[in-house]
Design a protein around this ligand. Structure first.
Ligand SMILES: O=C(O)c1ccccc1NCC(=O)[C@H](O)[C@H](O)COP(=O)(O)O
Length: 215
């Protein structure tokens, strides 16, 4: 779906930084409590999305526990290419959301079994979702900077990862190359790892992240 997604962009300068660094996707966050929230009703959000489209970046809307109708309304209003469900949505409720669709599979930090990962991910993969593995952030749902045990994810990938998936959770310019090597992923996502201070994207960190992710 994408190679590198920079999630939680808020400004046109963020779009410019991602495009200049060679990223291929951005996330627009519609979870109101997040420091990365952008208002779907605001003209500036529509313009941000338009700028991302002009830069040929895939625009992924990040949603937490919204109804399919609310999501579709925001997709049409803002202009989005894909929807990322990052809350506690059930598969039956999420099934009515129009695609392309990603599902965040939130895993505990530390070693986890292949069976645990497979039982969390498989129903969503079989329903046509692209899965994005993230560290469980509790009530914050995402963007926590916590990272997964990449070896556990690699073990799952060896047995079950054929359909493509994304690694997220605590990735930054210092660890992304090792995370890719260890986990075997072809697709990464970051939010807090390219910010300074929290909630404010840094063009320099985005550039370093892309450089490290590209080997
Ligand atoms: O980033 C957020 O604030 C956020 C809040 C609620 C749900 C999802 C959120 N982010 C979605 C992402 O795809 C993040 O990139 C992912 O959680 C990883 O974040 P980080 O550990 O900060 O790199």
């Amino acid at each position: 779906m994408f190679r590198v997604k920079i999630c939680g962009i808020r400004l046109k300068s963020d779009v410019d930084a991602v495009a200049a660094a060679g990223g291929d996707a951005v996330g627009l966050n519609f979870f109101r409590p997040s420091v990365r929230f952008v208002d779907p009703q605001s003209e500036s959000t529509r313009l941000l999305s338009e700028a991302a489209a002009a830069a040929k970046l895939l625009r992924v809307g990040v949603f937490v526990n919204e109804t399919a109708d609310q999501i579709h309304q925001i997709v049409d209003q803002v202009g989005l290419d894909a929807v990322q469900l990052h809350g506690d949505e059930t598969l039956s409720a999420a099934g009515t959301v129009r695609g392309p669709r990603l599902r965040a599979i939130k895993l505990p930090v530390g070693p986890v079994s292949v069976d645990l990962i497979e039982s969390a991910a498989r129903p969503w993969i079989d329903a046509g979702f692209h899965v994005l593995f993230d560290a469980d952030a509790g009530a914050a749902h995402g963007g926590s900077g916590k990272y997964l045990d990449w070896k556990s994810v690699a073990d799952w990938n060896d047995q079950h990862g054929q359909s493509g998936w994304t690694l997220a959770g605590g990735l930054n310019p210092q660890n992304v190359a090792e995370a890719i090597r260890t986990s075997g992923t072809a697709s990464v996502d970051t939010a807090s790892g390219v910010e300074s201070p929290k909630g404010v994207k840094s063009a320099a960190l985005i550039q370093q992240f892309l450089q490290q992710a590209s080997g």
